[in-house]
Ligand binder design. Structure first.
Ligand SMILES: Cc1cc2nc3c(=O)[nH]c(=O)nc-3n(C[C@H](O)[C@H](O)[C@H](O)COP(=O)(O)OP(=O)(O)OC[C@H]3O[C@@H](n4cnc5c(N)ncnc54)[C@H](O)[C@@H]3O)c2cc1C
Length: 403
């Protein structure tokens, strides 16, 4: 795909046929039941049970791990096919699967794991038997991750681990965690970190829910009280975990297709404004809507260009990754704000009991009033997780200004 084609979104016949195949699959795989459950989701990722179900559907089709190489069970797609697949899933409103296993821990194991670790973990990750969470952040270590304090002391064939991790997304569903621990305190902070894997059902490990302002349970604090983790569950060398952790962040880059998801959310803002009677009379609202539409077109082109660059064997640089992260997160916040404006008084209704797969009460007001408030509240975190916007600005300043 050429740069010009990336701009227009035009696909060559082979890719157009692939897009149609994906559309046909999604048309039937997204059953009315799955669509109904997904419509009740407002979190970053769908709820665990829905994720397990959708993971299974994609696994059986052979499409659950678009980025994995064929030898480990991936479909062998080009970067543009991966982009098209992500784009069509967003357009169709498919459940949002967490990134922790397939996009984070899996590629790390492929690069740094022992043959035994690869043989044990990768097939179970692919099938969904293992559900993973990420134990990086701690109460005093987020942006400055290298300051993490969780202690791991070697005792025979085990590490004995004490401390706590926080903001651990989906720890309540996970049966495995990958985590960073401190194995040395002398020298540079980055030099004494080790990357470990632990099952969640071990003695001394406990999960405390953190309920977000939207009323949902996505994140947790996880406590380790003398938890024993076998040395065989270490990835890479002792004290070399920082190198492994940095590689993991690199795997997250590129191939994103956020524009379609955001466009669908913007379209929802318009249909709510129409239903509530604002659309025709509120010119200020329509101007804000149109500005967002233009910015989303620009994001769409940028994401397609990134996919085309990957297709041509180029890497996604730190500057592009930072810019995309900031653009996507701030657009999400502005769109959810606009949607709240469209909702008017319903935006203040308490919908917490009607959210989620297990809810059996109807929303307050029309069906479209169910998720916007929770999405608005949840989107506040988008400029914090995955590297806050301030941290992204620092990265850009370092790269572009040499600051
Ligand atoms: C919804 C959600 C899900 C998450 N899921 C996970 C997960 O699954 N696993 C996990 O390990 N972590 C997770 N996190 C944690 C996330 O990675 C951290 O919140 C993030 O790294 C910021 O760290 P912090 O919260 O400690 O804030 P801090 O680092 O204390 O930052 C506080 C404020 O100071 C600013 N700041 C910090 N340093 C600088 C600087 N050098 N220059 C300028 N400004 C600065 C920040 O931008 C921010 O505004 C999640 C967070 C959220 C909100």
């Amino acid at each position: 795909m050429s740069g010009a084609a990336a701009m227009s979104g035009e696909l060559d016949p082979g890719l157009a046929a692939f897009r149609d195949e994906v559309r046909d699959f999604l048309d039937t795989a997204l059953t009315p039941e799955i669509r109904a459950w997904t419509a009740r989701q407002a979190g970053v990722f769908s709820e665990g049970e829905l994720c397990r179900l959708w993971h299974r559907v994609l696994y059986e089709k052979g499409w659950v791990a678009p980025s994995w190489p064929v030898e480990h069970g991936g479909p062998g797609w080009s970067p543009m096919q991966k982009f098209i697949f992500a784009d069509e899933c967003a357009k169709a409103g498919a459940p949002k699967l967490p990134a922790m296993a397939l996009q984070m821990c899996g590629p790390v194991l492929m690069r740094y794991g022992t043959p035994e670790q690869k043989a044990f973990f990768l097939p179970r990750m692919l099938s969904g038997e293992h559900y993973w969470c990420q134990g990086y952040s701690e109460p005093q270590s987020g942006s400055d991750l290298a300051s993490l304090q969780m202690r791991a002391v070697r005792d025979g064939d085990d590490y004995v681990v004490t401390g706590s991790k926080i903001w651990t997304t989906h720890a309540q569903y996970a049966n495995w965690m990958f985590l960073l621990v401190r194995t040395a305190t002398d020298g540079k902070p980055q030099a004494g970190i080790t990357f470990l894997l632990t099952p969640m059902d071990v003695k001394g490990l406990s999960v405390r829910p953190i309920i977000s302002i939207s009323g949902e349970h996505e994140v947790n604090q996880v406590f380790f009280d003398d938890v024993r983790i076998p040395v065989t569950n270490r990835v890479g060398e002792e004290h070399q975990g920082w190198t492994v952790a940095k590689a993991l962040l690199e795997f997250e880059r590129g191939g994103g297709a956020s524009a379609s998801d955001l466009k669908a959310q913007l379209a929802t803002a318009r249909s709510i404004a129409r239903a509530e009677g604002w659309w025709d009379e509120d010119m200020a609202f329509r101007r804000r809507w149109s500005e967002l539409e233009i910015e989303l077109e620009a994001l769409d082109v940028a994401e397609r260009q990134t996919a085309a660059a990957l297709m041509a064997g180029q890497r996604v640089g730190d500057a592009v990754a930072s810019q995309l992260k900031m653009t996507v997160s701030t657009l999400l916040q502005r769109i959810t704000e606009l949607t709240m404006g469209a909702l008017g008084g319903y935006g203040a209704a308490d919908q917490r009991d009607a959210l989620g797969m297990g809810a059996n009460v109807p929303p307050v007001g029309p069906a479209y009033a169910l998720t916007p408030t929770a999405k608005f509240l949840n989107s506040r975190a988008a400029t914090i997780y995955g590297g806050s916007n301030e941290v992204q600005h620092n990265i850009l300043a370092r790269i572009l200004l040499g600051a």
